[in-house]
Design a protein around this ligand. Structure first.
Ligand SMILES: C[S@@+](CC[C@H](N)C(=O)[O-])C[C@H]1O[C@@H](n2cnc3c(N)ncnc32)[C@H](O)[C@@H]1O
Length: 203
């Protein structure tokens, strides 16, 4: 079986953004959810499995000063850096499997669109949970396929979530704030059903 990292490096080496289902011209749900949190732009935010998403461009435009983007694929981050040019120097780029991530600081906002749902066994999900319990200090936003969404993405199995099931995953340390169902129009004019949910750390 092809290794996770090799899979993603190959995707980002061989496919353009128009050739993958998850591409968004504008990450509206993520930005709407972030705006609702009214965050201090000086505080650290991280995009997990950021790939070559335009979220980071928008975070820069929103004025965020401490942005990190993590991805298992070096090529994905290289593509984003190239797009941003000089502005890429303002970002902390982290090439890592999220399950091996050893953060050096806490993140006020933890964002993950379509990366967490690739974890399909309880050991990996528990490992991710341990990482956020320790390193996500205030808010989290997740975008995942919903129960009406696909069972696979990029040929890999995923875990589908409902607003209830994702809240249950994180209930020990995070309270749900908001959750909405959303239909993503892929670049190939097909639809994918997502949920977007936000959480606040329990005191
Ligand atoms: C479906 S894409 C979504 C990309 C981006 N978040 C977006 O919304 O456009 C999934 C991304 O997660 C990354 N990824 C998958 N598994 C990962 C893992 N275990 N650790 C870190 N990144 C991972 C992939 O390389 C890819 O960039």
């Amino acid at each position: 079986m092809i290794k996770k990292k090799d899979h993603w490096e190959k995707v980002f080496k061989t496919k353009t953004p128009q050739e993958v289902s998850w591409t968004e011209a504008y990450p509206k749900n993520s930005i709407d959810f972030i705006n609702q949190l009214n965050l201090d732009i000086r505080l650290p935010v991280i995009d997990i499995g950021g790939g070559d998403s335009l979220l980071v461009d928008n975070l820069l435009e929103m004025g965020f000063k401490d942005i990190s983007v993590l991805d298992i694929s070096k090529k994905a981050l290289q593509r984003t850096k190239k797009r941003l040019g000089e502005r890429s120097k303002k970002i902390s780029w982290i090439v890592s499997d999220i399950l091996d991530f050893k953060p050096k600081k806490k993140y006020t906002l933890w964002h993950d669109r379509a990366s967490f749902h690739f974890l399909t066994n309880s050991k990996d999900i528990d490992c991710y949970k341990e990482i956020v319990n320790q390193w996500a200090s205030k808010y989290m936003i997740f975008g995942t396929f919903s129960k009406e969404g696909p069972l696979k993405c990029s040929g890999l199995p995923i875990t589908q979530y409902s607003c209830e099931s994702i809240a249950k995953r994180f209930q020990k340390h995070f309270d749900p704030l908001e959750c909405k169902y959303s239909i993503h129009q892929t670049p190939f004019e097909t639809q994918q059903h997502f949920i977007f949910s936000s959480f606040k750390k329990k005191c």
